[in-house]
Design a protein around this ligand. Sequence first.
Ligand code: BTN
Length: 245
Amino acid sequence: MFAGRIQWFSELQSTNDVVATLAEAGAAEGIIVSADAQNAGRGRFGRSWASPHGAGIYASTLFRPDAAVFRLVTLAAGVALVDGIHAATGLRLHLKWPNDIVTDGTAASRKVGGILAEGGAESDGRPWVVLGFGINVLSASLPRDLTTRATSLEHELGRAVDRGLVLAECLAALSQRYAQLQSGDRQAVIADWRDRAASTLGRQVEWNDGAIRRGIARDVDEHGALLIQTDTGIVTIISGELQWL
Ligand code: BTN
């Protein structure tokens, strides 16, 4: 769905902003905006996303999913990115809910990439989603203060990585996973997400819903919400900030 629809920039503020502007102007789904550098790259919760020149993949695409699968687009994208990275490099990474791409499920796990999904709706209620993703490719993509919590493909592999190939494989996987979701096969997407998140499920998590709460991350439901086992029963988290202990 993406073929021939990539717009490449040397530098811009945020690829998500460019795609959101195109979405509001009525662009068709499947456009891709990618940049060599972002000067205002953002992560979840308004955090900045370091995006130095040529050091990572900074890309966003537009989806106009059926309302029934809207909330699963970001899980499908996580599966696609893990698979795309594996196809391009041989490196098998893992997912941490909702969509961090991490080295494994241990306490020493480091983050390699992340997804920022931002959305809106047309006047007829049909949703659109700007799906932005950042992947650290060179170690230079990491701010110095993050080097204990983040890592890069080249650092993990100990060799040079072809950024263009990683992007191409990720886009191919993204296109295929989105088609799978839209065709109604959401169970396969969720099963593959579980498989790639298995090393992080079973971990203790902490969150704040007015008071600090703790539990064990057990599973995701059919909408992609996280199910946490607590002393008082299963709690369902749709979004929010979790600390993985
Ligand atoms: C996160 O883990 O917090 C999500 C990070 C998402 C970063 C990407 S880079 C391309 C796109 N443009 C942005 O400004 N952010 C996303």
